[in-house]
Every structure is written in C-alpha cells, then in structure tokens.
Design a protein around this ligand. Structure first.
Ligand SMILES: O[C@H]1[C@H](O)[C@@H](O)[C@H](O)[C@@H](O)[C@H]1O
Ligand SMILES: [Fe+2]
Ligand SMILES: [Fe+2]
Length: 314
C-alpha cells in the first residue's frame, strides 16, 4: 500500500485556503462596519428619515372627523375647567392607583380605544410600539425609543376614577387663561365651559404672567401630565424625554404656535425636543402593526435601563 502523505504542501490547496481566509476576513470587516453603523446613535435633532414618505395631509383632519371625535371634543372643551383641574391634580398626588411594571401597564392599556383620535383605531400597545419602532428604525437615542414606547401610558388613568375619556385623552390646552382660537374647533367649542368669558380666566394671560414658564401653567388634565410626574419621579429619563411626555398633546403650542408668550428659556429649548418627537407619534399611525411578542425582549431591556425599580407606582 502506498504511504499517505498528510503534510505534503500542495500549492493548489494552499492557494485555495489562502483565498478563503482572505474572503473570510473581508466578510468580518464588512460585518464590523455594519455593526458600527447600527450602533451609531443619531442625534435627537438629526433629520428624521422616517416621515419623508408620509402624506401629512392625511392626518388630523378634524373637520372631516366622525361624530365620535367631534362629540369627544365638545365634552372635553366643556368640562376641562380650572376647578376640575385643581381637583384632579389634588387627587392624583394623594393616592397610588396601582403597582405594576411598565410592560404590564402596556398590556392593561391594550383594551382602550381612544375616542379622540381620528387617525387610528388600533389598540394602545400597537400605537406605542409603532412610535417606538419608528424612532428605533431612524437610529435615534435609546431614551427616545423608550419615550415613544411609554408616551401614552398615562391613558391608564382611564381605569382609575376617570370621569370618562375627556379627562384622559385628546389634545391639551391651558386652563386659567383665554382659550385660543388655534385649539381644535376653536373658541366656539368652549361656549359651554364655565370658564368661558370669565373675567380673569378668559383673558390673554389669565392667572399667569408673560414668560412665567409652562411648568406654572395648568394644562387641561389628562394622560400627559399624569405620566410626566410618574416618569420624573421614577425613571432616569432626561429632561427632553420628560417634556416630550408632558407636552406631546399640546398641539396648539408645539404645532400651531399658540401660548408662546408663556414660555421661559427652558421651554424654548424643550419645544425643539417636543417637535422632534411629534412625527414619530403622529405619522407612525399608518405603519404596519408590530408584533408585541417579538419585540418584547428588546423593549424589556430598554425599560430596565431607565426604570431602576421594575415595579412602578401608578
Ligand atoms: O387623539 C390624540 C390622542 O389622544 C393622543 O394620545 C394625544 O397625544 C393627541 O394629542 C390626541 O390628538
Ligand atoms: Fe398621547
Ligand atoms: Fe401617541
């Protein structure tokens, strides 16, 4: 039997292996470049890619909205008064409604269909994931992705002593000073509000003063203000995130330019952040429906990063 040469250098084999190694190392380089790009977080204010292909005229068409939306705003504009606001704030601060994790809160919220929204009839968990995913796909900061995920969790209020949806959802506006024409359906919509034509509450600055800062202004009570306080006290989210949560429904301000005289310097900086957030909230409503089960592991990690105590006091 002829001896088998196992270590004879075969130039053909050597060349083939050399080439394979080179190809492998090229592939590794390529993967590393891709990974580095994926990891590079875009700046909060870097141009948004995601809404470029959206038909923006297809959203927030309140004149053409169905009766469900119109009736909602009539009721909200009639019942959101200074007196109600003071009462709601007091109640909020004097109790803890529930204790659960952020993900459990999302699941609890899932049955709520928002009556004020002309642009989606999806459940809230789907809307939250759509917003977060749009921010994530655009490569925006992780804290902003989490803000997208939780920004409407304040709608949980609906399950705890809310009077209806009118004190939970919908756009917000200040009470205690004049109702601005740029609020949805205009001043006309407020004629049955007890503060309408009030000698102080219905004047330009009302109980406030020029430049006093929005922190001093009572916005109509609802999901934004509620979640703001919870996130401020129980998360490590930055100021920009807290403002996105607190003012995302304040369309008369961030979208229509009303009430700017009340801002202080901090609000001016925060307005930019709220504006950067808005497209992901609004225009993601026409995106595909995300799978909560598939996305859960990614977002659970993200939640833990910013909510050090897993169980949140709601
Ligand atoms: O109908 C919507 C909805 O209630 C949102 O959660 C709120 O943030 C918007 O401002 C409002 O227009
Ligand atoms: Fe909202
Ligand atoms: Fe939203």
């Amino acid at each position: 039997m002829a001896p088998v040469a196992i270590d004879t250098p075969d130039p053909v084999v050597q060349k083939r292996d050399g080439q394979a190694l080179e190809e492998l190392s090229d592939a590794i380089d390529e993967v590393n470049v891709l990974k580095a790009n994926m990891k590079r977080e875009k700046d909060l204010y870097e141009e948004s890619e995601f809404d470029k292909s959206k038909d923006k005229t297809a959203f927030r068409q309140y004149e053409d909205a169905c009766d469900r939306v119109k009736n909602f705003y009539k009721e909200q504009h009639t019942k959101q008064t200074v007196a109600y606001n003071l009462k709601a704030r007091h109640e909020f601060h004097s109790t803890t409604r529930a204790e659960m994790t952020v993900w459990e809160a999302m699941e609890k919220l899932n049955t709520l269909i928002d009556e004020s929204d002309p642009d989606t009839s999806l459940s809230q968990i789907e809307h939250l994931l759509q917003s977060a995913e749009a921010i994530r796909r655009d490569g925006k900061p992780r804290w902003m992705q989490l803000t997208g995920l939780i920004h409407d969790l304040g709608k949980l209020l609906f399950f705890y002593n809310a009077q209806g949806q009118w004190d939970v959802v919908g756009d917000t506006f200040p009470v205690g000073c004049g109702f601005d024409e740029r609020i949805i359906y205009g001043r006309e919509s407020f004629t049955e509000n007890e503060d309408f034509n009030h000698p102080i509450y219905d004047t330009k600055f009302g109980i406030y003063s020029p430049g006093c800062g929005l922190d001093k202004v009572m916005l109509s009570w609802g999901h934004d203000e509620y979640l703001y306080h919870i996130a401020k006290e129980q998360s490590t989210l930055p100021d920009e995130a807290l403002s996105m949560i607190r003012y995302h429904s304040f369309y008369p301000w961030h979208n229509a330019g009303a009430y700017h005289e009340l801002m202080d310097d901090h609000d001016k900086a925060m307005l930019r952040a709220v504006k950067a957030f808005n497209p992901y909230d609004l225009y993601s409503k026409s995106d595909g429906i995300p799978s909560a089960e598939e996305l859960k592991p990614y977002y659970m990690e993200l939640i833990d990063e910013y909510f050090p105590n897993k169980v949140v006091r709601w």
